[in-house]
Design a binder for this molecule. Structure first.
Ligand code: FAD
Length: 585
């Protein structure tokens, strides 16, 4: 069968009318899948557009110096059995295109019978979240034949579909609403906000769709085969994938487990649409009412920030004695100070002991000294943590160890106890963060490709995108104490930062912890607007072994929030002039 298609300029970001600087193929030429057809150049970058499949170029629709945008035709490509190169092609030209159908790896057996081990694919990646797709793409770029198995309709996992990205899209809107309210202090008054929830959801879903759609294209361009279905090991070198229509077995040489985690819940919760996990809460449904957030961790606090901005009354209940216990208390204090007066209630050292969904609302019984015995809410968000998906992948049939909590332990090469099976991301243990998963994904792919790669970061940053944001990396004060590491602390209050004051948000703080032993930066914490971006400088400084002098002598632009890092370093260095220097000890 022959297929004729028009190859178009793919999504090239926000660029239009980009120059064609090179045409790499000619009419009648046979091209392989992924072979570059043309080179485009914008003022920012140059990029090659690959052939989506093998075939023969029948017509060229572009020439050098033409200007093209997304969707413009590049060439007509004929693929399939009958697509032979023009006789004018030189005898040593590339061999005839294989049939398009042959692109599927032979190791994928139809039906549920065992796959043929002699045809094993190089790498199977189980789970298409940030860890899994990164691993798959890197392995393909390193020349491996890769199959990526994902049970959901789109790639991207929790992070892109129902985690980092949609929550940050909503938090962006929350920040806009809060900024508009805060502008009153500077004499700028807007009317009450009109919120169109359908449009808000469409905006959030549009952001998600753009990213997940981009991943599908990137997989295709790299020749990574995405298999839809739920995967489970049947043996040390075989996975069975149960899709909507069929069950297939895939033999592999190496596998990467990247199945992530899912939300945990409270025992005996009634099934009721008003009781939500974070995925449901991202749908921001219904008119504002009273929301109870169960769990004062990062996810609960981020969602509380969104609902508050959208006009909901929000109460938070936390079992421990304060919110966001992972971060040092002094970093959380400015957040708590801003949050408390906006909340209907914040119950700490309090447990939820019963939830009853009645017609008039969701009744919650509490156990804790400050909380009422029970109260009624319009909605309840349960954000009490996440559990790994390690137990539901037939790991035992491949001999892979899964611990009692469901995590799949992996070493610095991301190898599990079975040498050819690797594990990455949330399923390998805390911290459950997307950037940890992606870095581990690269390591696993590189180790499989024979590169001397290891996952041994000095620090992994964590960020709560609350208002204000709280970010930290390396040692916290609490951890330093627990581990007996002597540190020297330097804190720069944002009330002395011209930029923070000018932005009307001077409640922040920048704290640096330097090792007493060798003077190097070993930990940092930042609270305040844009702490998410600011923490990366400290992260780099920790990785590079920088000390206070390195940071203090680095010229920072003025006036910026990044200066607060330099100022904190100057405090430790003894050269601060924007504040009184600390007394010498
Ligand atoms: C509301 C929310 C906000 C968050 N915000 C942030 C943030 O701002 N920054 C941050 O770093 N992290 C954030 N996280 C955490 C982040 O989403 C995770 O750390 C990250 O997604 C983990 O990536 P992963 O690849 O390990 O797993 P996942 O993203 O969980 O992906 C695993 C994939 O495997 C698939 N899968 C599972 N089992 C199977 C199977 N048997 N067969 C086939 N497919 C399977 C799943 O469908 C999923 O697509 C947030 C999480 C939530 C819930």
């Amino acid at each position: 069968m022959t297929t004729t298609r028009t190859v178009q300029v793919p999504d090239i970001g926000d660029f239009r009318d980009v120059d064609v600087v090179e045409v790499l193929v000619s009419v009648g030429e046979h091209v392989e899948a992924d072979q570059s057809l043309i080179v485009l150049e914008s003022d920012k970058a140059s990029m090659e557009v690959p052939a989506p499949a093998a075939g023969v170029v029948r017509e060229l629709h572009v020439a050098v110096d033409a200007k093209v945008s997304e969707g413009d035709p590049i060439c007509t490509l004929e693929s399939g059995d009958d697509a032979a190169p023009e006789p004018t092609a030189p005898p040593d030209a590339a061999p005839a295109a294989p049939p398009a159908e042959a692109a599927a790896p032979a190791a994928i057996g139809a039906g549920a019978g065992p796959a043929d081990a002699s045809d094993a694919v190089d790498v199977v990646v189980l789970g298409g979240g940030p860890g899994g797709y990164t691993a798959a793409f890197r392995a393909a770029d390193l020349g491996k034949q890769v199959v990526l198995i994902e049970r959901d309709a789109t790639l991207g996992g929790v992070c892109l579909n129902v985690g980092c990205i949609p929550s940050k899209a909503l938090l962006h809107v929350a920040a806009v609403l809060d900024d508009a309210r805060d502008a009153e202090e500077a004499g700028i008054r807007f009317g009450p906000a009109e919120i169109d929830l359908d449009q808000l959801r469409a905006y959030k879903n549009g952001v998600v769709g753009r990213l997940t759609g981009g991943l599908a294209k990137l997989a295709e361009q790299r020749g990574v085969e995405v298999v839809r279905g739920s995967g489970s090991f049947t043996a040390a070198h075989e996975i069975e994938v149960t899709g909507e229509e069929d069950t297939r077995r895939i033999a592999f040489r190496d596998a990467i487990v990247a199945v992530g985690s899912e939300a945990t819940t409270l025992p005996n919760l009634p099934q009721d649409a008003r009781i939500m996990d974070s995925t449901r809460a991202l749908e921001v449904e219904g008119p504002p009412g009273h929301l109870l957030v169960v769990g004062g961790g990062i996810i609960g606090l981020e969602m509380a920030t969104v609902y508050l901005a959208l006009g909901w009354q929000v109460s938070i209940v936390e079992m421990l004695d304060r919110i966001m216990v992972e971060a040092d208390r002094d970093l959380v204090r400015p957040l708590e100070k801003r949050l408390r007066p906006r909340l209907a209630a914040l119950y700490t050292k309090t447990s939820v002991v019963d939830v009853d969904a009645r017609q008039d609302g969701v009744w919650v019984r509490f156990e804790g000294s400050d909380a009422p015995e029970s109260a009624c809410f319009d909605r309840v968000l349960v954000a009490v943590g996440r559990r790994p998906n390690g137990r539901v992948i037939g790991a035992e049939r491949a001999g892979v160890h899964v611990d009692e909590r469901g995590f799949v332990p992996a070493d610095a090469s991301q190898r599990t106890n079975v040498a050819h099976i690797y594990a990455i991301g949330d399923v390998t243990g805390p911290p459950l963060l997307a950037h940890r998963a992606t870095h581990q994904g690269k390591v696993a792919a590189e180790v499989i490709a024979g590169l001397p790669s290891r996952f041994d970061p000095t620090a992994i940053p964590a960020v709560a995108y609350t208002d204000p944001e709280v970010a930290w990396t390396g040692l916290t004060e609490a951890l330093a104490k627990e581990r007996g590491v002597a540190v020297r602390k330097a804190v720069f209050p944002w009330a002395a930062s011209g930029r923070a004051l000018g932005s009307g948000r001077a409640e922040g703080t920048t704290k640096l912890l330097f090792s007493e032993e060798d003077g190097r930066l070993v930990g940092a914490g930042i609270t305040g607007r844009h702490a998410d971006d600011l923490i990366s400088e400290a992260q780099l400084a920790i990785e590079m072994g920088a000390d206070a002098e390195d940071l203090a002598l680095t010229v920072h632009p003025h006036p910026t929030l990044s200066e607060t890092i330099a100022f904190a370093a100057e405090i430790a260095h003894g050269s601060i002039t924007d504040l009184m220097p600390p007394r010498r000890r």
